[in-house]
Design a protein around this ligand. Structure first.
Ligand code: GLA
Length: 386
């Protein structure tokens, strides 16, 4: 792929690429919708990701091209024009990163050309957008010799989502794409950013990624709505509790004070945030103890909570996860990422992968009308220069 990209770069821009980089996508093992509630998440970077090439220019023009969006063509703007523009579609993600990095680093004093190609399916909840953000930052670090730390870029990526794209997301996606380690998952405490690398080894079991092939829609507005509901529930609890986030509560504490949350829907949202946080800590423990079957049960419980209490699954994700949960050789399954569409994951015995794919495809086709896709990929490093 890289060789073809180098040729394409030259034919697009008439110069050779100076630097190349790769940023992975991610799955989240467990800990969903906890990262903006000061809770724990347990993601891993995957070998599907985004490749990028770049070269500096003599003027202040930036040109971006993606092999994944050939119909959109080259997107051009200058260092003075770093505003969100809906016509610029996918390129708003790199543009946002360029904006905040050039505010931070004065010596970004020339434009550059970029070519991008990714193999993360779009809208599949595998973080193709955070992957592009981190990729852009790492290419710029190499091009301009920036003294840019991983954590700083991670935070800039989140700012791009929150302030440039208008999605009030947490820090999970950027963090795992920035800090990922081959064959490891990361338990991250989003309240303190303390983290622990854990070998993502499941004995004879592997993670199967199952794609609904339904493009997400409404995700951004529903996502922001969930976050606001959690904030309201927190405010209600703060009448009596001295806490800064739902992630600080044990389930017992929550039960004792839940009557403060008068709105039944917000009560369920908060209950998910609290129970999911406890499941995530238990899952971390079970994985360290090689207790894969208890780990799998937590995946099932997580999905049920996201379905009933948090209401971010939908018929496509439910069909994937719940069918997978019943397949022999599967220890557990759940949706991964923001939800509404996108992907689910299953922990499946390596000899049962084909069986899982057959059973799930059959049930999904019957109910939804088209087929899901499956990916079996390794756990990758975070963003890196190639
Ligand atoms: C999206 C967001 C993350 C996180 C997940 C849900 O991926 O970008 O910050 O909130 O949804 O866990």
């Amino acid at each position: 792929m890289l060789q073809a990209m180098h040729q394409k770069f030259e034919s697009l821009y008439g110069v050779k690429a100076e630097v190349s980089a790769f940023a992975p996508g991610r799955i989240n093992l467990i800990g969903e919708h906890t990262d903006y509630n000061g809770g724990y998440v347990f993601p891993a970077a995957i070998e599907l990701g985004t490749y990028g090439l770049a070269s500096k220019r003599d003027d202040r023009i930036i040109q971006l091209y993606s092999n994944n969006f050939e119909d959109i063509g080259i997107i051009t703007f200058t260092l003075e024009e770093l505003r969100f523009d809906s016509k610029h579609d996918w390129a708003n993600y790199p543009k946002g990163v360029i904006k905040y990095l050039s505010q931070e680093f004065e010596h970004i004093d020339s434009g550059f050309d970029v070519l991008i190609e990714g193999n993360i399916p779009n809208g599949a909840s595998l973080s193709s957008s955070a992957s592009i953000e981190l990729l852009t930052g790492w290419l710029m670090k190499a091009l301009f010799g920036l003294d840019l730390e991983r954590l700083q870029l991670i935070q800039i990526g989140q700012t791009v989502e929150n302030k440039f794209m208008g999605v009030n997301s947490g820090i999970m996606d950027q963090f795992i794409i920035g800090m990922g380690k081959s064959e490891h998952a990361i338990l991250l405490d989003t309240a303190t950013l303390a983290y622990d690398y854990v070998p993502a080894k499941f004995g004879d079991y592997v993670i199967s990624i199952m794609n609904t092939n339904k493009r997400r829609s409404l995700t951004e507005s529903k996502y922001n709505e969930r976050r606001a509901e959690c904030e309201d529930a927190l405010a209600a609890l703060q009448q009596q509790l001295d806490i800064d986030a739902l992630g600080e509560l044990s389930f017992e504490q929550f039960e004792q004070h839940q009557k403060l949350i008068k709105d039944k829907v917000k009560l369920r949202r908060a209950r998910h945030a609290v129970t999911e946080n406890e499941r995530t800590l238990k899952a971390h423990q079970y994985l360290k103890e090689n207790d894969f079957s208890s780990f799998g049960q937590l995946l099932n419980a997580s999905h049920a909570s996201l379905k009933v209490d948090y209401e971010v699954t939908g018929i496509e994700l439910d069909t994937l996860a719940e069918t997978a949960q019943r397949v022999e050789g599967v220890l557990g399954a759940r949706m991964t990422g923001a939800g509404f569409a996108g992907c689910a994951i299953a922990l499946v015995h390596k000899d049962s992968i084909k069986h899982l794919e057959d059973e799930v495809s059959h049930a999904y086709k019957e109910k939804i009308g088209y087929l899901p896709s499956f990916y079996h990929v390794g756990i990758s490093d975070g963003v890196k220069i190639l």
